[in-house]
Design a protein around this ligand. Structure first.
Ligand code: NI
Length: 171
């Protein structure tokens, strides 16, 4: 396993839709292992392949279980098949370090996906896990959370993030 570099917005991989996975082989397993390691090393709860500049429909998520134990989900070719309700959550993104924004999402979702061996699976989620699933599947479609904001919020958040980036360049 190895750590991969997480790209930061406006890297073009973040705004390019990823391609479906067709071959479930060792390379896919390695990609998934590397993504999980990179997510944990970055203290994230989710990572999409676009964020390491790999345009494949693969994402890893770990929002923990009810006891606070690790609960890693590996999703290949995920798709939302049901959504219910609406709620707002304060979201962050490893590709927008230090930017946290309130985003409206479906409150509950059902997602179908394939595991690393190509077996079809489903997961139903609410709360943080529902948010993470929607956020990561958006990444695979080339949609960053900025695109889920209203015009004013988007403008302010863009300005704030550009300032954060400029401050990092200066240090
Ligand atoms: Ni993200």
């Amino acid at each position: 396993m190895s750590l991969r570099e997480v790209v930061v917005w406006p890297h073009e991989a973040l705004t390019t839709p990823a391609e479906p996975v067709e071959v479930f082989d060792e390379d896919l397993a390695t990609l998934i292992d590397d993504m999980a390691e990179t997510m944990y090393a970055s203290n994230g709860v989710g990572l999409a392949a676009n964020q390491i500049a790999v345009l494949k429909r693969v994402t890893v998520i770990d929002c923990g279980d009810e006891e606070g134990e690790s609960a890693l989900l590996e999703l290949v070719n995920p798709a939302i098949i049901e959504r219910h309700g609406k709620f707002t959550w304060q979201e962050g993104c490893l590709s927008f370090p230090e930017l946290f924004e309130k985003i409206e999402r479906a409150e509950r979702v059902k997602v179908e996906f394939f595991d690393r061996h190509g077996a079809r699976q489903e997961v139903e989620a609410e709360g943080l896990l529902a948010v993470a699933l929607q956020h990561e599947i958006d990444h695979l479609d080339g949609i960053v959370f900025m695109e889920r904001m209203g015009n004013l919020q988007k403008r302010l958040a863009t300005r704030r993030f550009r300032k954060l980036l400029a401050a990092q360049d200066d240090s």
